[in-house]
Design a protein around this ligand. Structure first.
Ligand code: COA
Ligand code: MG
Length: 291
């Protein structure tokens, strides 16, 4: 069964305190970070801390993910060597720019699975696209799922992308709109989850909820979080409300009745209802666990 990843909460890998707090917060996925959330001088300590936490901390229902440094960086091989033996449920790879980046990490994970006799492709891979080259190469990155079935999701990273492009981050996110659309489009074309960027202002619940809603409307399935306060609003935004579920059920039932009577297109409240809307309603029911 595929994991539901609505909110994915980052925590610095060198902070056992935050790892424990994150593990207790009821988030769908935790991401213990070795990349930019950890100072260069603390990389080694963070590797040890994460490996230890994977063995000792009770993460309850949260998926245990580790973000390593980018493929090809001098840190990345040591990151994987340190954390893979502790068996995280997935690796989050930042600044992915090519299918080759995905293949390199895939083969290193596969070697570890084979050595331990673990389920092949049991460790998931999640790719963050957050550079201009990554966006330009989205097609080959997403298509690598054909060789690398552990690839389960693409993440849109707006902050790093703006930096890489020399663009200015705006509240509305215009500068990243093409990339935000391209990431979800490529993810869906290849059957992958799509996860939206962080909202760095962790006291702005209204803004966070609006951005999560926008992401959902674009087809995104989840959103990154950087503070425990953001988990509940994100998970709520990606869970259909009782009203949405009731409306979806009404559509599906009316459609089934029409089909039984030999009628394809019908109207409800002055709107034409046919297959695209029925499929959308079925997706709402599936997200609500009532599909
Ligand atoms: N995961 C788990 N717990 C967290 C957390 C996180 N991401 N962010 C904050 N907390 C905890 C804090 O430890 C604190 O608990 P405590 O007082 O019992 O120690 C509580 O939540 C409230 O935190 P607060 O004081 O509001 O924030 P802070 O100043 O401690 O931390 C940040 C602010 C931004 C440094 C912190 O949210 C953080 O580390 N975020 C993730 C950073 C990261 O991983 N970045 C890389 C990906 S972009
Ligand atoms: Mg980054």
């Amino acid at each position: 069964m595929m994991r539901v990843r609505r909110a994915l909460l980052f925590m610095p890998g060198d902070s056992r305190r935050k790892i424990e707090k994150g593990a207790a917060g009821g988030v769908d996925s935790v991401i213990m970070d070795l990349e930019d959330g950890v100072a260069i001088s603390q990389k080694d300590a963070a590797r040890r801390e994460i490996a230890q936490a994977l063995g000792e901390v009770d993460f309850r229902r949260s998926e245990k993910l580790v973000r390593v440094n980018p493929a090809g960086s001098p840190l990345f091989a040591d990151d994987l060597d340190a954390v893979l033996p502790a068996r995280p449920e997935g690796i989050v790879l930042p600044k992915v720019e090519s299918a080759e980046d995905v293949a390199v990490v895939d083969s290193r994970i596969r070697a570890e699975e084979t050595a331990h006799g673990w389920t092949p492709d049991g460790i998931a891979l999640i790719a963050i696209v957050e550079t201009a080259m990554g966006v330009v190469n989205l097609r080959e990155i997403a298509a690598s799922v054909r060789d690398t079935p552990r690839l389960q999701a693409l993440v849109f990273g707006a902050e790093d992308l703006a930096g890489d492009m020399g663009a200015v981050r705006t509240a509305e996110g215009w500068e990243g709109l093409y990339a935000r659309g391209a990431v979800v489009l490529h993810a869906k074309a290849f059957g992958l989850d799509a996860i939206d960027t962080v909202h760095i202002d962790f006291n702005d619940e209204a803004g966070l909820t609006a951005q999560a809603r926008r992401a959902l409307e674009m087809g995104y399935t989840g959103k990154l979080a950087i503070h425990p306060r953001q988990v509940e609003p994100i998970q709520r935004a990606f869970t259909p409300s009782a009203n949405e579920v009731a409306a979806a059920r009404r559509l599906v039932e009316a459609h089934a009745a029409a089909q039984a009577a030999g009628i394809g297109a019908i109207q409800i409240d002055g709107r034409m209802i046919d297959m695209p809307l029925i499929r959308a309603a079925e997706r709402v029911l599936a997200r609500a666990g009532q599909g």
